[in-house]
Design a protein around this ligand. Structure first.
Ligand SMILES: [Zn+2]
Length: 136
């Protein structure tokens, strides 16, 4: 399947916190491979179906950045396997959540604080856990 790419490498890695704290938030080759996998298998098909802009509020995080934003030590963000995304409001975030659910190839799909944002991770087609959680 040849799909348009909607997301730049910068969108997958940029972080206001990293900039502010002078943290170099640069993925390794392996982490880029993971980022491209979530982009191609979730973000692009999602964006195509949704038909409207989706903002990545947090993508890749080095362990240092992850610590700075208060992420769990085991966070999939540090492997390039997870992204936090948003539409323009909660209603859009709920639609985004449901589209990912329908796509069906996620590892973890989190409704964060009543659709304030959506966290989604991707491992690979065989090992995705298809776990849905609501974070209050
Ligand atoms: Zn997240």
């Amino acid at each position: 399947m040849d799909m348009h790419n909607y997301f730049t490498n910068n969108e997958l890695t940029e972080s206001g916190t990293a900039k502010r704290l002078g943290i170099k938030n640069e993925p390794t080759k392996e982490q880029w491979t993971n980022l491209f996998a979530i982009r191609d298998n979730i973000l692009n098909p999602l964006r195509e179906k949704f038909g409207k802009p989706i903002r990545i509020t947090s993508g890749f995080r080095t362990p240092e950045l992850n610590k700075a934003v208060g992420g769990k030590q085991t966070s999939q963000h540090t492997k390039g396997e997870a992204v936090d995304i948003k539409g323009k409001n909660r209603q859009e975030n709920e639609i985004i959540f449901n589209i990912i659910k329908q796509l069906g190839c996620y590892d973890q799909l989190l409704n964060e604080h009543d659709y304030s944002w959506i966290h989604v991770s991707y491992v690979d087609k065989k090992n995705n856990r298809k776990q849905i959680l609501t974070i209050k």
